[in-house]
Structure formats: C-alpha cells, structure tokens
Design a protein around this ligand. Sequence first.
Ligand code: B1M
Length: 209
Amino acid sequence: MADLEGLTTSIETGDRAAATRATQQAIDDGLNPQAILDAMTAAMNNVGGRFQRNEIFVPEMLIAARAMKEATALLEPLLVAADIRPEATAVIGTVKGDLHDIGKNLVGMMWKGANIEVIDLGTNVPPERYVEAARSHDARIIGISALLTTTMTGMGDVVRAVRDAGMGDVRIIVGGAPVTAEFAREIGADGYAPDAGSAVEVAKAALAR
Ligand code: B1M
C-alpha cells in the first residue's frame, strides 16, 4: 500500500532504493501524481531546513537530491502527455554558477506535459548559451532557474544578452526559491513562476502575448 510519509523519509535519508520503491507503489496504487510530487518536495524542504541548522552537510544534501532525481524520473511519464505536436519550443537551464537542477527539471517536465518541446541546457549555463540555443532551436521561451541568492543576479545578464541579440519576441520566464515577482520585473523578465505547476500557466500566458 502507498506510503507517502515513507517516501518523504526515504528521500530525506537518501535511500534511493526505498524512494523508488515507494514512488512506484504510489503510482501503481493510482495516487494523484501531484500528491506524490508534494511528498517528494516536502523531503527536500526538510533537507534544506536541516542544512540551515547545521544538522546535515553537503554530502547528505547530495544523496537526498540523487534519491529525489531517481524518484521524479519515475513520475515523468505521468506528467508528460505523449504523441502531441508541440505548441512551441522552450530552452531551459540553471543560471551560471548554480548547480541546482531538481526544480528546473520539474519545470521542464511540466512544460513537456503542456505540449511545449523542451531543450534542457543543464546547469551552470552562461548567458550566451541561452541565446545560441534559443536561436538554433527557434525557441519562443527561455526558462531560467536559480536557487542561490548569489547566482540569481546572473538572470539579469541573460535577459540583457537576449535583448542585445535582438530577440524581442522570445519570452523569458524565471523562477527558483530565492526569486520573486518583483525581482523578475526589475530584471525585465516576461514572467515569474513560484512553482512548476504555475510555470505552465505563465508560459501559456507569455506565448499568448
Ligand atoms: Co543547495 N542550497 N547548495 N544544494 N540546496 C539550497 C538552495 C539552500 C536554500 C539550502 C539552505 O541553506 N537552506 C542554500 C541557498 C541559500 C541561498 O542562497 N539563499 C543552498 C546552498 C548554500 C548551497 C551551497 C552553496 C552549499 C555549499 O557548498 N556550502 C552549494 C552551491 C552549489 C552551486 O550551485 N554552485 C549547494 C549545493 C547543493 C547540492 C549540490 C548538494 C544539492 C543540489 C543537487 C541538485 O540539484 N542536483 C543541493 C540541494 C539539494 C539543496 C536544497 C536542499 C534542495 C533544493 C531542491 O532541489 N529543492 C536547497 C534547500 C531548499 O530549497 N529547501 C538548497 C526541491 C525543488 C523541487 O525545489 O528547486 O525550489 P526548487 O524548485 C521549485 C521552485 O523554486 C520552482 O519550481 C520548482 C518546483 O515547484 N522553480 C522554478 C525552480 N526553478 C524554476 C524555474 C522556473 C519557474 C519555477 O521558470 C523557468
């Protein structure tokens, strides 16, 4: 029987086998994918809090992140609709200097599920790479993720690089834990999403403009 609390605990402790088992069980039992994802995200929030209180350190964060990644990979097919022609292409990446990619990957999955083709540039992406990829893939959306207060300022560099390249019709959407709607406005982004679910609505609204 599905055990979402057990799923949270197994990700928190970095037990990959238990995390994937619990995820598969929850899927097989027909639980709502969003509820499964919420149990996983709760684990990462607990991990973040414990890191802040110096109860755990980077290696523990890393093994929790690995367990989360393996577990979310099982969820991906449920979040992605198959066999439909993409409405638009988006390139997505985590900003230069930043290696966090779980949130970015979730946004990518949700966009795929919303019929947007996603070109994932990975992490530590410099501004010129977003520009080149958007141009070569004829993308209409650029998604930038940042998890660190020290790297979020780099999002402004990406916006400038895209505008300087004369790509005014490309919509830039930003997000990540330290990012706010006000910050997004300040740097001239076209949209801000606080989570992967709302990133779909924000992308659709940006495409409709
Ligand atoms: Co890091 N880390 N980390 N870390 N880490 C945080 C972010 C931190 C808040 C922990 C803490 O202190 N409580 C803190 C940042 C403090 C700050 O700047 N304010 C921190 C730190 C300090 C660091 C290091 C500097 C630690 C060190 O080395 N001393 C270091 C930096 C490395 C670097 O990037 N250069 C570091 C390293 C790491 C690991 C590598 C160990 C690992 C990342 C592994 C990986 O991603 N592959 C890691 C982890 C796992 C975390 C926490 C625990 C979890 C992040 C996560 O995956 N959350 C995190 C604490 C926390 O967030 N509670 C922390 C789950 C994920 C689903 O949420 O990414 O927020 P999130 O994504 C959400 C939304 O933000 C939004 O949608 C997602 C889903 O709903 N969203 C978007 C994200 N991107 C979006 C883009 C959009 C729209 C919405 O549009 C394009």
